[in-house]
Write a protein that binds this ligand. Structure first.
Ligand code: HEC
Length: 145
């Protein structure tokens, strides 16, 4: 009897620990994604002002680094809680990783445009980048709940 109680307590502790882990990773990815939103706003401020695009390379590099690590921020079991992640992330993992890979490719194009100093090319690549964010949000992000 006592060992049952102990086993039950151990399982309960493990569940609590994994739920806490899921909340941590959710908070971490949401924080990171908000940072991506801020990066995009900062890039837009420069293209709107027709400013020097070359210093934007550093921002785009930070974005590329974030998206390289993005799939790891969506481990199995992190689809419930304070999150808008849809179950399709896990049921269609290959599709999710593909749109993320496309995001990185698009950011590399934005990086090249920014590095060239060409404002029109950077603006075009920026608009395309914004559209690419949507190609993941539409199938894999749900409404706030
Ligand atoms: C590969 C998929 C994917 C890509 C690419 C992607 N996002 Fe998201 N984004 C998500 C998912 C999924 C969520 C919901 C995360 C959650 O609630 O756990 C999200 C949430 C967000 C949020 C809300 C964060 C919060 O909870 O406050 C912002 C802001 C955001 N994304 C910005 C962007 C921007 C800007 C881009 C493009 C530069 C982008 N995302 C590209 C999947 C993606």
């Amino acid at each position: 009897m006592k060992s049952w109680i102990l086993a039950g307590a151990a399982i309960a502790a493990m569940c609590t620990a994994s739920a806490a882990f899921a909340q941590d990773v959710i908070a971490q990815r949401r924080d990171g994604l908000r940072g991506m939103g801020r990066q995009m706003e900062a890039i837009k401020a420069v293209t709107d002002a027709r400013g020097d695009t070359r210093p934007l390379v550093e921002r785009v590099d930070a974005m590329i680094a974030f998206y390289r690590g993005l799939p790891a921020l969506f481990p199995a079991g992190s689809g419930t809680g304070d999150t808008r992640a849809l179950p399709t992330i896990w049921s269609d993992r290959a599709g999710f990783e593909q749109v993320n890979a496309n995001m990185i490719t698009q950011l590399q194009a934005l990086r090249a445009a920014a590095a060239s100093g060409d404002v029109a090319a950077t603006t075009a690549a920026f608009n395309q980048t914004g559209a690419t964010c949507g190609t993941c949000h539409r199938p894999y992000r749900g409404p706030a709940r």
